[in-house]
Design a protein around this ligand. Sequence first.
Ligand code: NAD
Length: 479
Amino acid sequence: MQVENFINGRFRAAQSGDTFVKLEPATGEALAAVAASSQSDVDSAVAAAKVAFETVWRRTSAAQRGLKLLHLADLLARDAETFVSVLSREQGRPEMEMRMMDLPMSVDTLRYFAGWADKLEGRTIPTAGSMGRATLNYTELEPVGVVAQIIPWNAPLMIGIWKLAPALAAGCTVVIKPSEDAPVALTHLMRLVAEAGIPEGVVNVVNGIGPTTGRALCTHPDVAKVSFTGSTEVGRAIARDMAGSFKPLTLELGGKAAQILLADADVPRAIDGLLLGLFANQGQTCAAGSRILVHASIANAVAAQLAAATDSIVVGRPQEAHVRMGALINARHRARVAEYIERGHQDGARLISGGRQVPDGGFFVCPTLFVHEDPNSTLAREEVFGPVGVVIPFEDESEAVRIANSTRYGLSTSLWTQDVGKAHRLAREIDVGSVAVNCWSPLDARLAWGGRRDSGTGFDLSRHAVMAHLQEKSITISL
Ligand code: NAD
């Protein structure tokens, strides 16, 4: 399979002809030869986006922009099964997860932001006037221009659409840089972008390696805004590269979510939620609830139930219907996760589930669960981004809040209790962007998604995402 760039409405190889190989996580075999773009490809894509912004998209009526997004949503819904299969192969994730989560949310996100396109209104503002005369003062919301969108591999289509939809609704044009580990589905989406009649140059894709292609895109002088989702380290490097440019930057970075189980929690209901929070997408989610804080009075019983449930998770080829956990994204990442498991043993954590045989050939890791009293261990503080969790007992609510707030991340937390007063009280004390009570971080286009501290700045989704692509202009007319 060849994965090319999509520039000015046409698929094309990198100008140098260079490619790199993307492997299939569940087999370890070559899946695609992907364009390895250089500065000249980035220049072509940004130039196409700039012309399309100036001459076409910002001048397209807001209602028309909304209709194009609705059309794209319908096409994606039509081709959902194709995308389920493509995503599952490129990510090694069970098809069931794509069917339940990534595809419906991608379609819904396009429709949600389509609705925003013609509801972006300015204001009229009363003032004392100017130079002795009354004035009419009003504002207009203008799109910022060409937006660089840098996408991670863990949910490429869904996160790609989280960024694409609000930008297009606002009247911006975009250049997308997919992850080198997940370029297939997002590039494939460009066929639907063309079919939906979105004009040439409005949406462009340049594939390539992060520190070369991604960096060239983020630092391009004609890019007006960068929207990045990925690791905290790369987010920090991009922020450094852009320092002094004064361009707006959205950074959706890493996480280390706590899942807090109070003594009065509905445990049977919580077990399902805790496992989903911990193991969805093989634990490769920014919201992965890999710190399970359990009140000491129920910690042993909860740990035993979690261990039994983890033991029964079937790991295998993502296309098989009974499989609940697929492969990690690549061999390097599998080795990194294996090091964290080893580190858990060295730090004296007690293994309660793990070590089972996994299939040969792909980048599989057995789901692994430890118990450790120390809330400051490496496993309890660092983002593993794999199917590895640690159960940490706590004595009272203030200790739970202190542990939950003790990492450098501040993305999301879930909380399990039957006492509504406690839920509200603790939700206020936890320093993260999203708190979920009696469920695991429900992602929805209408809810803002963004982190604090080392989890980033700005938001994807909700009205905030569309506003982040607009700038307000004040206009004063002397009457
Ligand atoms: P990554 O930071 O390695 O890569 C992300 C993207 O950045 C890729 O497209 C990569 O090619 C590009 N890139 C790398 N170096 C670059 C540079 N110098 N300049 C510009 N672009 C560059 O992250 P990843 O491994 O793809 O994704 C996993 C990380 O993403 C985890 O930390 C996870 O928590 C985070 N994440 C966060 C959210 C969120 O919403 N907060 C969502 C998903 C994933």
